[in-house]
Ligand binder design. Structure first.
Ligand code: SAM
Length: 276
């Protein structure tokens, strides 16, 4: 009979944020697969858990998955943990879970902290509909394309971001998502925990002088209706104004459509009829 793969959530900073069930599971398994054995050893020491650790990270994922699946198939039980929070959320782990499913292995999640959920709930932005976009792409072109793709999602958007890219990403966010409300959530559950709220433009200005330190989640509110309703004048005038600010026709039309709360085809129709 095959063993069980436990996906065990661990703290995102404060070591006390771990469930009794997670501790019991870590005590009970044969083996713990983790990203960084030294990092996980600190957590295990704090809870006096003495267990064999094996590294599982993006660079050895393929070979380690095979080994772990074999051990699970032979009846061993394995806990998968990541450096912070819930394994497989923007962390290695997804492929192991996929392969374990294919191999018919029993998989059990042990719930606990996850950074993006806590950032969203503390941000003060609406959380009835959330879109988690993982890490924003590090390359500017890819990032801007991705932001274009997600710009029409009717939900609060949540991204992980590295502190040294925050300033540049905020510039792109303000440019593409316009002046939505947003929050930079930093160092959750740690000493320097902080939520900095503002509009995307305000946050861009604030972080233009320098990037913050620590771990960052960027939460961006839905395109607010008041922006759409506050659009006045004609689609044509707005498109002309945006073009005079340097936008090309296609982007200007897309922006105006969003501001007027129109579909792109309807904005185009209005633009053409106003032009004649
Ligand atoms: N698996 C994790 C989870 O459940 O949230 C996320 C791991 S991902 C590799 C690491 C990213 O999560 C960081 O770059 C940061 O964006 C976010 N993060 C992790 N811990 C955080 C914390 N204490 N405060 C704010 N963001 C955090």
């Amino acid at each position: 009979m095959s063993g069980t793969l436990y996906l065990v959530a661990t703290p995102i900073g404060n070591l006390k944020d771990i469930s009794q069930r997670a501790i019991d599971t870590l005590h009970g398994v044969d083996l713990i697969a983790c990203e960084d054995t030294r990092h996980t050893a600190k957590l295990l020491n704090a809870y006096r858990i003495s267990k064999k650790l094996i590294s599982y990270h993006e660079h050895n994922e393929a070979s380690r998955s095979e080994e772990l699946i074999e051990r699970l198939s032979n009846g061993e039980s394995v806990a998968l943990v990541s450096d912070a929070g819930t394994p497989a959320i923007s962390d290695p782990g997804f492929r192991l879970v996929q392969k374990a499913r294919e191999a018919g292995i029993n998989i059990i999640p042990i719930p606990g902290p996850v950074a993006f959920v806590n950032a969203a709930i503390v941000s003060g932005l609406a959380v009835d509909q959330l879109f988690f976009g993982g890490f924003l792409p590090s390359k500017k072109g890819e990032r801007r394309k991705y932001l274009e793709t997600v710009s029409s999602i009717p939900a609060t958007l949540v991204f992980y971001e590295s502190p040294h890219r925050l300033g540049k990403s905020l510039v792109d966010c303000a440019d593409i998502l316009r002046n939505r409300n947003a929050a930079v959530v930093r160092e959750l559950t740690k000493i320097h925990e902080e939520v900095i709220s503002g509009t995307l433009k305000g946050l861009t200005d604030r972080f233009s002088a320098g990037n913050p330190k620590g771990e960052i989640v960027l939460v961006i509110g839905e395109n607010n209706e008041s922006e759409a309703q506050s659009a006045t004048g004609s689609v044509r005038d707005r498109v002309k104004m945006l073009e005079s600010e340097g936008m090309d026709r296609k982007a200007a039309l897309k922006t105006a459509a969003k501001e007027f709360g129109l579909s792109r085809s309807e904005a185009y129709r209005q633009l053409m009829s106003e032009s004649t």
